[in-house]
Design a protein around this ligand. Structure first.
Ligand code: NAP
Length: 302
């Protein structure tokens, strides 16, 4: 699988990324060997980049992953680590937190990242993202936090997640180096980023977006509302023609446009990871792309 540079000064990540959000939902998540097997399955098909956040699994997923790569020392050298910070969850592990909120203070960004490094058992994070735009964020403070983490070598590159174009633009004015990505939700049931300027902005800044929940968190396969069924029928038709699965068609659709979208998959099942290995060889044309897009929007283009 090809590796993609998010920006000319950014990190090189695998074209597909594995997301660790649901790791703790696996009933075998306490079995380190099961996690090692999952990571190695990703590596086998060329997925070398892993997406984390301090909060995933009620602050447990980084540790689950870190324990695995500490046990199998051959893994660390082969992977890139993405993590995020900025959301404060209501959790028994965070007794100071009275309600869910955002914290983009310099203190939180630095302490959260240092905690992530410890839990993940790595010396550096390849890409650190602010998880959500914070309505009371101070961009000067964020810039200082990024500079400190960069200067100490604890984080190599920075970006954001779930930012609207104007929020990205504002922060970029304060940060003295390029924000390398915006991680946003894009899938055939959420085509808004093609319309709201988010993807145009990636072209403008010559950065590559990361797409979270490429399968709409599984809803694309299970929901039975009219729109989802219409989208699924188109995916099914193309999958049958291409002799492949729906998941691979979705990944091809996501990576078809010139934005260079990198999807972050979240399945816990190794057989589902393996089933994606040939998605790039699917033949999709412009009209296939629009058939999925139009089914999602419930109408043909104007
Ligand atoms: P996803 O790949 O769209 O969804 C994964 C879910 O779909 C799993 O529960 C999986 O179940 C299910 N699934 C997959 N294939 C299926 C099938 N054929 N039939 C039925 N169910 C199926 O991605 P996601 O887990 O929602 O998100 C991926 C990653 O994006 C996360 O791990 C995280 O790293 C990132 N993320 C970021 C944000 C953000 O705000 N930045 C938000 C959400 C997620 P099985 O495990 O049983 O296969």
């Amino acid at each position: 699988m090809q590796k993609i540079k998010l920006h000319k000064k950014g990190p090189k990540l695998s074209k597909l990324i594995y997301g660790a959000w649901r790791l703790s939902e696996d009933k075998n998540s306490t079995d380190t060997d099961v996690i090692i097997k999952k990571i190695k399955t990703c590596l086998d098909i060329g997925i070398t980049s892993f997406d984390h956040s301090d909060i995933y699994g009620d602050y447990s997923c980084e540790e689950i992953f870190g324990n695995a790569i500490q046990k199998d020392k051959s893994i660390s050298k082969k992977i890139e680590i993405i993590s995020k910070c900025g959301i404060m969850l209501l959790s028994n592990k965070k007794i100071q937190t009275r309600l869910k909120h955002y914290d983009s203070s310099i203190h939180h960004i630095i302490t959260s990242t240092e905690e992530s490094l410890k839990k993940l058992h790595v010396e550096k994070i390849d890409l650190l993202l602010l998880h959500r735009p914070d309505p009371i964020s101070n961009p000067e403070e964020i810039a200082k936090a990024f500079e400190k983490l960069g200067a100490s070598g604890k984080v190599l590159h920075f970006g954001v997640s779930n930012y609207l174009p104007h929020q990205f633009e504002t922060l970029q004015k304060y940060v003295g180096f390029p924000l390398c990505t915006n991680q946003i939700e894009i899938n055939p049931l959420r085509v808004t980023p093609f319309l709201d300027g988010s993807l145009d902005q990636c072209l403008q800044y010559k950065i590559k977006p990361l797409a979270w929940s490429p399968f709409a968190g599984g809803r694309i396969f299970t929901d039975n509302d009219e729109r989802t069924v219409a989208v699924r029928n188109v995916l099914q038709k193309i999958a049958e023609r291409e002799k492949t699965n729906l998941e691979s068609v979705i990944l091809k659709w996501l990576t078809f446009s010139p934005h260079g979208i990198l999807p972050i998959i979240g399945t816990n099942r190794t057989e589902r990871i393996l089933a994606l290995k040939d998605f790039e060889s699917i033949q999709l044309d412009r009209q296939d792309w629009f058939e999925i897009y139009s089914a999602s929007r419930g109408r043909e283009v104007e």
